[in-house]
Design a protein around this ligand. Structure first.
Ligand code: ZN
Length: 289
């Protein structure tokens, strides 16, 4: 059980809450601990949510992702990615596209996920930004590619984005947001006739909430986890992890300039991040930085 997200609604009557659940809402019911359920009914806590935690083998961390499967998030993401591809032009620079695709494949292999349907695309925009959607759709903007002098710099960003995927951060974010709203989801999960509120939370969790007015940034914990996973993948793939530090320092410098990287606006506290990364790289013995 992941105690961080166990829920205890103020005025909940356990029987009533469970009685309202739509068919199919009891995710992981086979894992339901009956004694815990009885105890929860007695105390009025909502054990259904708390019991749908899972340990992520990649991180060893217990996560509350029970309201969204990876498959559901990937299906939602694919739909959004296709819309994005149609509305945002890709950069007509085959060398840059090949460079990103090559680094992306190396990192996916290092993350033990070579068979996922990865796609790596450089979009034609000045922005210093990159993003990832569940299921392995990674978008880079031209602006960021132009300042990435070395493949190690591209690997820094791709490693981080792939870390969000293997860390199952979107499903976690979605589940937390749904639970926070007291929402339960049933059989319509992931289908096209998902109700509008669920859909807008799902888009927010994918990081595409700007279109529906709901942005759900990754948490500090998720960002730090993606950073650490990214460095692990870089190291395994043979990239120079010391360049991670140079890259983030450069981004921090640009943050004071006329064109601050939008990547940093969704990834706060840059100097703390550099410090944490240095500690991690040194502790793991990847390099001395
Ligand atoms: Zn991130």
């Amino acid at each position: 059980m992941c105690e961080h997200h166990a829920m205890r609604p103020e005025s909940a009557d356990g029987d009533a809450v469970l009685g309202q659940l739509p068919q199919g809402a009891l995710v992981n019911i086979d894992k339901l601990d009956r004694r815990a359920l009885i105890r929860a009914l007695a105390t009025g806590s909502l054990v259904v949510l708390a019991s749908s935690c899972a340990t992520n083998p990649e991180t060893g961390r217990s996560q509350f992702t029970g309201l969204a499967s990876e498959q559901m998030m990937a299906a939602m993401a694919l739909q959004s990615w296709e819309e994005l591809r149609q509305t945002t032009p890709a950069w007509r620079n085959p060398r840059a596209q090949a460079r990103l695709a090559n680094v992306g494949q190396q990192i996916a292999l290092a993350a033990n996920r070579p068979a996922d349907p990865w796609e790596f695309v450089v979009f034609d925009s000045d922005e210093l930004n990159a993003f990832v959607l569940p299921g392995g759709k990674v978008g880079f903007y031209r602006g960021l590619m132009e300042i990435a002098e070395r493949d190690d710099h591209i690997a820094t960003v791709v490693g981080h984005e792939v870390g969000h995927v293997t860390g199952r951060h979107a499903a976690e974010r979605f589940s937390q947001a749904m639970a926070a709203q007291g929402l339960m989801i049933g059989a319509q999960l992931g289908s096209r006739d998902m109700d509008p509120q669920t859909r807008s939370i799902a888009l927010g969790a994918l990081g595409l909430g700007a279109t529906v007015g709901l942005l759900l940034p990754f948490s500090r914990l998720q960002e730090a986890e993606a950073d650490r996973l990214g460095v692990d993948y870089m190291y395994r793939a043979g990239y120079d992890v010391r360049e991670t530090i140079s890259f983030w320092r450069r981004m921090n410098e640009l943050n004071d300039g006329p064109r601050p990287p939008s990547l940093l606006s969704t990834h706060p506290d840059p100097s703390q991040r550099v410090q944490d990364l240095r500690n991690y790289i040194n502790t793991r013995g990847y390099a001395l930085v």
